[in-house]
Design a protein around this ligand. Sequence first.
Ligand SMILES: Cc1cc2nc3c(=O)[nH]c(=O)nc-3n(C[C@H](O)[C@H](O)[C@H](O)COP(=O)(O)O)c2cc1C
Length: 321
Amino acid sequence: MGNEASTAISPFSAEDAQSLQSQYKSSQKDCFLTAMERYSVRSYDSTRPLPEDVIKQINDYISQEDVCTGPFGTKVKLSLLERSKVGGSLGTFKIISGTDVFLVAIIGESADLLEVGYVFEKVILHLTTLGLGTCFMTGTFSGSDFTKGAGCSPTEKVYAISPVGYAKTPEHQVIFEKRLATNHRRLAFSEFCTVDPTVTERPLNLIKALEAARFSPSALNKQPTRIYVTKAAPTEGSDNTEYCVSFAEKSTKPECGVDVGISLLHFMQVIEELTGTKGELSKTQPSITIPSGFTFRVSWKGSLSSQVQQSTDQPPASDSE
Ligand SMILES: Cc1cc2nc3c(=O)[nH]c(=O)nc-3n(C[C@H](O)[C@H](O)[C@H](O)COP(=O)(O)O)c2cc1C
């Protein structure tokens, strides 16, 4: 990735970056700020165990049907496990210290990993908003110990875990600032994302959603996701420009997709919060060329005009922005 500090970096204008900085410091965090400040926490503060009310809040959240359901309908079982339920050393190989609580994702044999990534990351970002540290993990833990501890049926297994707790040395703000100012441990924007020349405007909503996707986590930080932005064919009766955002993966294995699901979640959460609409997803490849060695996974189509009402005291606005 070269000399990150000196390369052309963020697609935000200097004014946008400054405004985002001050929002981060002053206000309640929105989805974009949350996605940009999340990082993998491996050392937790053992003197600050999770309070019962926080555990209850998490359990209430992960038991909601819409939280556990992926964008194409796959259900993922989510559970909070205490160390004592798992037993043994957990197989986290001393990588994780200072917490006894783990979020686990239980899946059936033919689960779509794109959806599993989407659902698990939704919870990870929710935990980030609660001030908690997390680390999405699919490798460095004992799958059999966790599968047993979670009481899985013979056709189920624990696919992913995340420790949950308060970071020993919280670095959210440092990470946020680095991500806003540099390509902090990520591909350059131009390598991650290709914008078709017919897309002449670059609305801030779109840039924020793409940035949230670029800084999403991936296994071994391999960053296999690539995004292609084109204009969508106009919808009859609509004056709004619609965009098509296609997600591909640097892999030809059909069973992959977890990292793309995570990037998709980051993109969609920011878009939904900023525009008030979810857009439409499709697994049919639009007419775009994907380079060899990459596989098309999913595309999002929608308008980027904001339908979000600014204030509840005002009558509904008749026009979108
Ligand atoms: C699907 C997935 C699997 C991962 N598995 C592991 C793991 O087994 N062990 C680990 O320590 N970190 C794991 N990570 C964390 C990544 O190493 C980390 O997200 C990446 O290096 C980017 O760093 P960041 O999360 O701090 O932005 C995983 C992340 C993802 C998304």
